[in-house]
Ligand binder design. Structure first.
Ligand SMILES: Cc1cc2nc3c(=O)[nH]c(=O)nc-3n(C[C@H](O)[C@H](O)[C@H](O)COP(=O)(O)OP(=O)(O)OC[C@H]3O[C@@H](n4cnc5c(N)ncnc54)[C@H](O)[C@@H]3O)c2cc1C
Length: 435
């Protein structure tokens, strides 16, 4: 299950380590005709790919339209952490939504990780799948919460794969003086995100899904059938799935105000000698800290440090992403001052006000799912399965998520930025201050 040694840069993807180490993948044609489908999926990230795969397995005729390449968006660029539960902690969810819903959401969050693992095994997807995530207390005051949460998950939710490790033990697992304790989660996973996306696409194509790349949807119209238009083609479909997430743009103003696109950045070092790699991360876990703007990292299949740190809230990426992220990496690992940085890239994800996913129906046959707030590897994959369930007529599980109210960002679609930027900068400043 390793991508070690592959040098197969995928054309049309961002210049990332993932594109440089991607498994071979077909190039799909652009749509240049009028076609018919039971379901037209717009966007080929995990949401769209998982919807398409699960629908095709149920016998639906599915067409996927992707503006760029399969996995070009956040699904091909992310940190590859596949964490259990929801982006929002269980204690918060209990207060927000009551015990029953909180428990259903927890169960779904565990199932989402199992689903990722099952899909990888079932479809023999080669994507450096590994087990275990450490959540590191970046401030001494964060320890108490990590410990409380681990106890709550064990005792109330029966999740025995999590435990608290004190400062002394945490420092045996990470070669950094920066942390004060950790949650050790052996039920979560990590992987090569682009190869996971490409593997899902391969499985969907084998199940009969038709893909079109370089086929940006310029407009669509609900109805019977729905008409979905690209520059040179058209799909007439009984159902539409909107799966564009942070790249939705102006395609659907009715949803845009519920999400805020934000940019997050990642680097990949040169391959590290085995001893240094083990000094940084003792047991090949993925790691993330407790800051508001999270630092997250892991080793790749060929022992590079893949480190994510820093975000911005403008429409542009920093000019020199490697230097931008390197300062966050050096704050954790000053011993990497002389290590070469081979890749730096960014991606856009969508967050919601309450950090819960936003999914639902705009019309009886137009479905959407978005806004996974940094927890999309498992949640988007799972949401795709729920979309297939609801289109096939089973609404219960889809509705558990769809019924969670998603507040609109103050300022709505047009004026979201100033309020968000102020809020984000406030919290990132808090990260930099003491306890
Ligand atoms: C740098 C970074 C790090 C992250 N790290 C993690 C992590 O470690 N763990 C985790 O769980 N989550 C992480 N996330 C979040 C996660 O990657 C996303 O939540 C998830 O990939 C969203 O999948 P998606 O399919 O909904 O959207 P995307 O993968 O963004 O796919 C949307 C697709 O829609 C296409 N599209 C948009 N508009 C149109 C149109 N008009 N016509 C046709 N196609 C269109 C886009 O080209 C794109 O390919 C990270 C995100 C980023 C950016």
């Amino acid at each position: 299950m390793s991508t070690r040694g592959t040098v197969n840069k995928l054309i049309g993807h961002t210049d990332s380590y993932y594109a440089a180490s991607a498994n071979a993948a077909p190039v799909y044609p652009a749509l240049e005709e009028s076609v018919e489908a039971d379901v037209c999926v717009i966007g080929a990230g995990y949401t769209g790919l998982s919807s398409a795969l699960h629908l095709a397995e149920r016998g639906y005729k599915v067409v996927v339209l992707e503006a760029e390449r399969v996995g070009w968006g956040a699904s091909g660029r992310n940190g590859g952490h596949v964490g259990v539960g929801q982006r929002r902690g269980q204690e918060d969810l209990e207060k927000m939504l009551g015990m029953d819903t909180a428990r259903q959401l927890w169960d779904m969050g565990v199932e989402a990780v199992h689903l990722v693992e099952q899909l990888i095994h079932k479809h023999a997807i080669s994507c450096d799948l590994k087990r275990g995530i450490l959540h590191l207390a970046a401030k001494r005051s964060h320890n108490e919460h990590l410990k409380m949460e681990a106890d709550l998950l064990r005792e109330r939710y029966g999740y025995e794969q999590i435990r608290y490790a004190d400062e002394e033990e945490a420092r045996t697992m990470v070669g950094s003086e920066r942390y004060f304790g950790a949650q050790v989660d052996d039920g979560s996973l990590h992987l090569h995100p682009l190869n996971f996306a490409l593997g899902l696409a391969g499985a969907a194509a084998a199940a009969g899904v038709t893909f079109y790349e370089n086929s940006r949807v310029t407009r669509y119209q609900g109805g019977s059938p729905c008409i979905v238009e690209t520059e040179r083609g058209q799909v007439r479909a009984k159902n539409v799935v909107l799966a564009c997430n942070g790249y939705l743009g102006n395609l659907e103003p009715r949803m845009a105000g519920k999400i805020m696109p934000i940019n997050n950045f990642v680097l990949a070092t040169e391959p590290l000698p085995e001893t240094l790699a083990q000094e940084l991360i003792a047991n090949d876990y993925a790691l993330q800290d407790t800051l508001f703007v999270i630092d997250y990292w892991k080793l790749s299949g060929d022992n590079r440090l893949i480190f994510g740190g820093g975000e911005n809230y403008t429409s542009r990426f920093p000019q020199d992403i490697r230097s931008f992220v390197r300062k966050y990496m050096l704050a954790v690992y000053p011993q990497l001052a002389d290590t070469r940085i081979d890749f730096g890239w960014g991606g856009t994800l969508a967050i919601t006000m309450n950090r819960m996913p936003h999914l639902g129906r705009l019309e009886p046959n137009v479905y959407y799912s978005q806004g996974y707030s940094g927890h999309g590897v498992p949640t988007a994959t799972f949401a795709g399965k729920l979309i297939a369930e609801v289109i096939a007529g089973t609404e219960e599980r889809f509705d558990v998520l769809a019924q969670i109210p998603t507040p609109t960002f103050p300022g709505g679609t047009l004026l979201r930025w100033p309020g968000l930027v102020t809020g984000m900068l406030y919290y990132s400043l808090k990260d930099k201050l003491g306890a």
